[in-house]
Write a protein that binds this ligand. Structure first.
Ligand code: NAD
Length: 293
């Protein structure tokens, strides 16, 4: 079997076009949705992510502002910046690019965000809403995965979805999204993590396998059931002397081998990554619409 490639770039473009229509409508009623990005310090990967997100804003007509406090900003000052953005009616969504420097308590910063501007969906109040199936901001990466599945016509209901990874930003919300009693969910979900025994025995049961563990090519063909749908969230740098930058980006899945077994698979890059950014646009539009009541 050669798997169908799920084209994240194309599906993300579809989502962005829909957002653009919504943004134009809001602008016509006098509201320009605006995302504030907070980038602390000078972590190169974070700078790239924020640049990509701001470019996407531009593409869909959202305005964006960037705050770049130094890496040694005292925690109290960072919290004060968040208070200022929370109180600013011209700002609809706030993105705190993670990770934050070690001296800053990430949980405290996230809790300080106004839940109504928390377009990453990380605030405990939004996480709670997600878990109990209330409308809220869905965290962008797992929301993007769900959207990829739905827009690719992959039935989720009744399927066994196995999620590898239990982080607060990917694994846990992914599991919580797919288990909901909802037309785009209703899966039976298993969550695996670093302490899971016999990972392969569980992954081989998956109709939908979602890898979000952050190690290159851990998911091999023998871990995948014939015909399974495989979604690769991983972004890993591996050395590659033949590449211009000296490295290339690969996923958590051994793409070449697994695509011979799976029925559908996402590539890395070009799979989940663009969807994460597209879903941030969706959430920012949603935040701006919420101000209309
Ligand atoms: P994380 O390090 O916070 O969590 C990794 C999880 O994987 C942990 O829960 C851990 O228990 C589990 N794990 C690690 N090794 C394992 C193993 N050998 N077997 C089973 N479980 C194992 O990472 P994260 O923030 O959830 O990100 C996961 C990956 O997804 C990373 O590569 C990250 O770069 C990528 N990511 C991609 C996007 C995107 O937009 N495509 C967004 C966020 C994260």
């Amino acid at each position: 079997m050669t798997a169908k490639i799920i084209d994240g770039e194309a599906i993300a473009a579809e989502v962005r076009n829909e957002v653009k229509v919504g943004v134009d409508e809001l602008k016509a009623s006098g509201i320009t949705p605006c995302l504030a990005a907070v980038l602390v310090g000078d972590v190169p990967a974070s700078q790239v992510y924020v640049r990509t997100k701001r470019k996407a804003c531009e593409h869909v007509g959202l305005s964006s502002v960037l705050h770049t406090p130094a890496g040694d900003i005292p925690e109290a000052q960072l919290l004060a910046l968040i208070d200022q953005l929370n109180d600013d009616p011209a700002i609809h969504g706030i993105l705190i690019q993670l990770p934050l420097p070690d001296h800053v308590d990430e949980a405290k910063v996230i809790e300080r965000l106004s839940p109504s501007k928390d377009v990453d969906g990380f605030h405990p109040s939004n996480v709670g809403k997600l878990v109990i199936g209330m409308d809220t901001f869905k965290p962008c990466t797992p929301a993007g995965v769900q959207e990829l599945l739905v827009r690719s016509g992959i039935e989720i209901a009744g399927k066994h979805a196995v999620v590898i990874g239990r982080s607060n930003i990917v694994g846990k919300p992914m599991a919580n999204l797919l288990v909901q009693k909802h037309k785009d969910a209703n899966a039976t979900v298993t969550v695996c993590h670093s302490r899971t025994r016999d990972l392969a025995a569980l992954t081989r049961q998956a109709d939908i396998l979602i890898a979000a563990l952050g190690s290159p090519h851990i998911v091999t063909a023998d871990m995948v059931k014939a015909g399974a749908v495989v979604i690769d969230v991983g972004i890993n740098r591996v050395d590659d002397a033949s590449a211009k930058k000296g490295y290339r980006i690969v996923g958590d899945v051994d793409f070449d081998a697994v695509s011979q077994v799976a029925s559908a698979i996402t590539p890395v890059p070009g799979g989940v990554g663009p969807m994460t950014v597209a879903m941030l646009m969706v959430n920012t539009l949603k935040a701006a619409r919420m101000t209309l009541g």
